[in-house]
Design a protein around this ligand. Structure first.
Ligand code: XMP
Ligand code: MG
Length: 190
């Protein structure tokens, strides 16, 4: 029976502790970021590089606020090491299809936590002959920073708590929530 397999947002709502950013707040901020990006890259061809899987929602919504025709490509990376924190050693699971030589590249990310993943990605892409490489991230946890990464476009600075929704997952779930929230403790407990 089909209905038994469907999960609706009300069910997921029970798993949430609180909503940190609702969809209107996210969309309004992405529109502002897009206006800034349009202005900064006026007259230049831009390649957006989304980091799978978390940045899918940010990429989709940010890019649709842009007024210029951009290209999009995707990378998937994974941090080596156990646990929920980044080790800084990154492995490429899916590389770009695009040659970066001479390109203006904007990395699109969901969240910067320790900064280790983006710091690695930034230096990796900068070795490929791009004209410029900058970062746009929806969320940043300033208190969790282990390395200083210069992020040109930041949506929101948030407290150092684990968040889900709008692309961000806990055990691959909750990515489809249209907002960003924190999980209720019963979800972690088992
Ligand atoms: P670093 O520490 O390298 O980590 O900046 C960035 C990556 O870690 C994941 N991450 C999170 N995922 N909720 C999530 O669902 C969070 O609160 C969170 N903090 C970090 C994420 O994949 C990000 O790209
Ligand atoms: Mg990510």
């Amino acid at each position: 029976h089909e209905e038994e397999h469907s999960v609706d947002v009300d069910d997921m709502g029970q798993d949430l502790e609180r909503v940190l950013l609702d969809r209107e707040q996210i969309d309004a901020r992405l529109a502002e970021m897009a206006a800034q990006i349009d202005a900064d890259y006026a007259g230049r061809d831009l390649l957006l590089v989304g980091v799978l899987k978390g940045a899918v929602m940010v990429m989709a919504d940010l890019s649709r606020h842009l007024h210029s025709a951009v290209e999009m490509d995707w990378m998937a990376v994974s941090s080596y090491g156990a646990g929920t924190s980044s080790s800084g050693v990154v492995r490429i699971l899916k590389d770009l299809d695009t040659d970066l030589t001479g390109r203006h590249v904007l990395i699109v990310e969901d969240i910067i936590d320790s900064g280790l993943t983006l710091s690695w990605l930034l230096s990796n892409l900068r070795t490929r002959g791009a004209a410029s490489v900058e970062i746009a991230a929806l969320l940043r946890k300033p208190e969790a920073a282990k390395v200083d990464v210069s992020v040109r476009y930041v949506g929101f600075d948030i407290p150092s708590e684990f968040v889900v929704g709008y692309g961000l997952d806990y055990a691959e779930k909750y990515r489809n929530l249209p907002f960003v929230g924190t999980l209720a403790p019963h979800v972690y407990a088992d």
